[in-house]
Design a protein around this ligand. Structure first.
Ligand code: NAD
Length: 362
């Protein structure tokens, strides 16, 4: 169940109360079965939220893990499993993840593997997690610099989404989430596509955000519900991600990490250039590419790589999970709202596009 609105405290307290057989709020605090996971930078927001909603949760039932992708590894998983075990978490226990996409990913992964799986809820606090990471049932951690290489398909039973959290979110993180919003706008076309060409709303404009969150959650849920385990059309959600993930991993190798959505935004630009090569409607695809390029150039810092870096980028592209043996497979948009998946491209065509963007991004 996905809830999106403004009065999250009421919705959350009621959901928690009904999860535990309609016991009163006061009793929830003494219920040993609820565990809260938060991250260092969201700790203060999280703790005051938990206090407002349920109060009195024993400190031992709240675990704070590192921010961002520093938490998406086996060592942090071990910390989470040990914390759950030491506090007698059972199959009947509930883990509540409060944080960005990284925290929801690692929390969901641990919940879906601890004792072969316990229930978890997500409270996403970044734009990216609200429109993408917390929705759709993919959990995961990284293997070295290979993103999300280990994971499960497992859905949070409740997801609480509210634009309130956006007011403390640094602008870079808003932009990062906007990268996935642009992707959803391309997939949906129509009004959504028009909206992503407008300025990003101010964090306090809750009504504007509720509208944007609503269509983003709907498009993601519609695609996921039709193909949960990504055997077919869910691959559409990987638009921009083959080159995007390669850029993200490459920047990590250079010790100059960039936010996920920045890499996806540039991935959308480069993959839309690639799409012009195999498009059944070249003019529409070229026009789409030019519009995506102008949106992304207007919002995102360039990613610097040189021609000598292309083999390293190609190694990441070849290792993409969507590929089938030696075939490089992409999801592609040929016009707004007209997308397809499993489009095979030659390594030469991909290299040509990367070369094109060496000059552009340097
Ligand atoms: N599972 C999926 O389907 C899926 C989809 C897309 C992305 N992802 C993953 O999501 C991660 C990226 O997520 P993200 O962009 O949310 O980044 P993030 O989780 O790293 O959060 C970014 C930073 O913002 C901080 N933060 C979170 N909420 C805040 C708030 N309200 N105010 C101030 N600071 C806040 C975090 O602590 C962190 O430092 C990546 O690991 C990516 O692989 C997963």
């Amino acid at each position: 169940m996905i809830w999106c609105g403004l009065d999250i405290a009421t919705e959350f307290s009621e959901a928690l109360s009904s999860r535990f057989d309609n016991i009163s709020d006061a009793n929830i605090a003494s219920k040993p079965d609820v565990f809260f996971l938060c991250s260092q930078s969201t700790q203060s927001i999280c703790l005051s939220f938990i206090d407002d909603c349920v109060g009195g949760i024993p400190e031992s039932h709240i675990l704070t893990i590192p921010d961002g992708d520093d938490a998406k590894n086996l060592s942090v998983c071990e910390t989470i499993y040990t914390w759950l075990k030491d506090n007698n978490a059972q199959r009947s226990s509930l883990l509540i993840n409060i944080g960005g996409g990284a925290l929801c990913d690692v929390g969901g992964f641990c919940a879906s593997t601890y004792l072969r799986g316990i229930e978890f809820w997500n409270i996403p606090t970044t734009l990216l997690a609200m429109v993408d990471a917390s929705v759709g049932g993919k959990t995961g951690i990284n293997l070295g610099h290979y993103k999300n290489y280990i994971g499960t398909f497992s859905t949070a039973t409740y997801i609480f989404i509210t634009p309130h959290w956006l007011k403390t979110l640094p602008q870079n993180e808003v932009l990062s989430g906007w990268g996935e919003v642009i992707k959803h706008g391309i997939l949906l076309g129509g009004k959504a596509w028009t909206q992503v060409q407008q300025p990003i709303p101010n964090a306090n404009d809750h009504q504007a955000w509720l509208g944007i969150l609503d269509w983003n959650i709907k498009i993601k849920s519609r695609i996921v519900n039709a193909d949960f385990e990504e055997k077919g059309q869910r691959k559409l959600l990987n638009l921009g991600h083959t080159i995007g993930h390669a850029l993200e991993s490459y920047c990590l190798d250079q010790e100059k990490p960039i936010p996920h959505g920045f890499a996806i935004a540039w991935g959308l630009v480069m993959e839309s250039a690639l799409a012009t090569k195999s498009s059944p409607k070249v003019e529409a695809t070229e026009s789409l590419h030019q519009t995506i390029k102008s949106i992304v150039e207007g919002l995102y810092d360039p990613i610097h790589f040189g021609e000598a870096d292309i083999p390293a980028l190609m190694n990441y592209i070849r290792a993409d999970k969507k590929n089938n043996h030696d075939k490089l497979l992409f999801s592609m948009a040929f016009a707004p709202g007209e997308c397809d998946f499993n489009i095979s491209e030659s390594a030469e065509a991909v290299i040509q596009v990367l070369i094109q963007y060496v000059g552009h991004t340097n």
